[in-house]
Design a protein around this ligand. Structure first.
Ligand SMILES: *Cc1c(COP(=O)(O)O)cnc(C)c1O
Length: 382
């Protein structure tokens, strides 16, 4: 049998290794000059005024809520079809995550349903750009303006994606990117808050480092002063220069990574768009997709194999897969705390039931992609 093909595998090469060693030998390991350089590069890539690099997308989302003043008693509208971090941070600030069902074509929040969930307590909408495809931002921003709500974009999957040529995370008030090991670029762990709002960026920057008025680099470098003031009880969310050294090299390779992702997606599309009973993620022609995920949705039992069986049979053939996501309203915490229950969001449930994600990353070889395709077809078309 051939070697196991993992669901995900980061693309790290000599440049990352060399630059990490350089940082390790430089005498400055925490957030410093490398992180400033990484932030500048992200600003350029996203065409955004302010970037605060932090230690995860979860931290960026949390800082976004805090910096917008969202807290106890408030409600934030989001998708149930996301990673738990999106809603966990809403719970962290004492607000309530209000879920709105998704669309069956792109698995993003159904913006046409949002208004019926708005109450006097609603403070923000958090669209999650599923799999690297953009949510319906024109409508979401319009609804937000009409009801004076903030927009926090969860862009964990969305680096490289565009909504009508606009980078994700820059259409609302604030966006949150992830550089987790499985994402389109990685720093091991890492994230970034992006915004065009100076006040918000300043608050987030201060909150990301203990609520202190000066960051450590400014305190400890030669021209820096020892003095600082604690303005808030902040968090320890900063990125490090070790991570940023990886991120700088990853960002330089983004276009190349995405080209390879597109080649793999084209191969998958060609193989699977023919198969009756499989539904693929729909692309919106005006938008540029980041193809973070490649999903298959098994639509009916005509295939004779359900999702769980397909995952197991693929594992037997040494192909790793994953599921994005188990809807949050089916998770114990969200049921026990907010009273969500099975049946609340039928589209999210239906999609979840048949959904799996195939390996999709730049270092997949053509041979591996062909093997994955053959394995899926062998199982489904026996
Ligand atoms: C990965 C992910 C996050 C969290 O990212 P971290 O950097 O691991 O904190 C948030 N939202 C979504 C949709 C994700 O997939």
């Amino acid at each position: 049998m051939r070697e196991y093909i993992p669901y995900s595998r980061p693309s790290i090469s000599d440049e990352e290794v060399k630059d990490v060693i350089e940082v390790l030998e430089s005498g400055w390991l925490s957030k410093g000059p490398k992180s400033a350089e990484f932030e500048e590069m992200l600003k350029e890539e996203l065409g955004v005024k302010y970037v605060v690099a932090v230690n995860s997308c979860t931290a960026a989302l949390h800082l976004a809520l805090i910096s917008l003043g969202i807290g106890p008693g408030d409600e934030v509208i989001t998708s149930p079809f996301t990673f738990c971090a999106s809603a966990n941070v809403i719970a962290h600030v004492g607000a309530k995550p209000v879920f709105v069902d998704i669309k069956e074509d792109d698995y993003c929040i159904d913006a046409s349903l949002i208004e019926q969930y708005i109450t006097p307590n609603t403070k923000a909408i958090m669209p999650v750009h599923y799999g690297g495809g953009a949510c319906d931002m024109d409508l979401i921003v319009k609804i937000a303006e009409k009801h004076s709500l903030k927009v926090i974009e969860d862009t964990a999957h969305g680096l490289y994606a565009r909504y009508k040529e606009i980078p994700l995370g820059t259409m609302g008030d604030v966006g949150a990117y992830s550089f987790y090991a499985t994402k389109n670029i990685t720093t091991g762990e890492g994230g970034a808050l992006v915004t065009n709002n100076k006040e918000l960026a300043d608050k987030a920057r201060v909150m990301s480092l203990h609520g202190m008025s000066k960051n450590a680099w400014n305190r400890y470098n030669k021209s820096g002063s020892w003095a600082y003031d604690v303005l808030y009880a902040g968090y320890k969310y900063n990125i490090t220069d070790i991570q940023s050294a990886i991120g700088i090299n990853q960002l330089k390779k983004l276009d190349g990574f995405q080209n390879r992702r597109l080649e793999i997606v084209a191969k998958y599309h060609q193989a699977f768009s023919q198969v009756n009973g499989i539904k693929l993620l729909q692309e919106v022609p005006d938008n540029r997709h980041a193809w973070h995920l490649y999903t298959l949705q098994l639509m009916d039992d005509k295939l004779g194999v359900d999702r769980d069986e397909l995952i197991e049979l693929l594992a037997n053939k040494n192909v790793g897969t994953s599921v994005h996501f188990i809807p949050l309203h089916l998770q114990s915490y969200y049921q026990n705390t907010y009273g969500y229950k099975q049946g609340d969001f039928p589209k999210a449930e239906k999609v979840f039931e048949g959904l799996l994600s195939l390996p999709l990353y730049p270092s997949l070889t053509d041979d591996e992609v062909d093997y994955i395709i053959k394995s899926v077809l062998d199982i489904l078309l026996v």
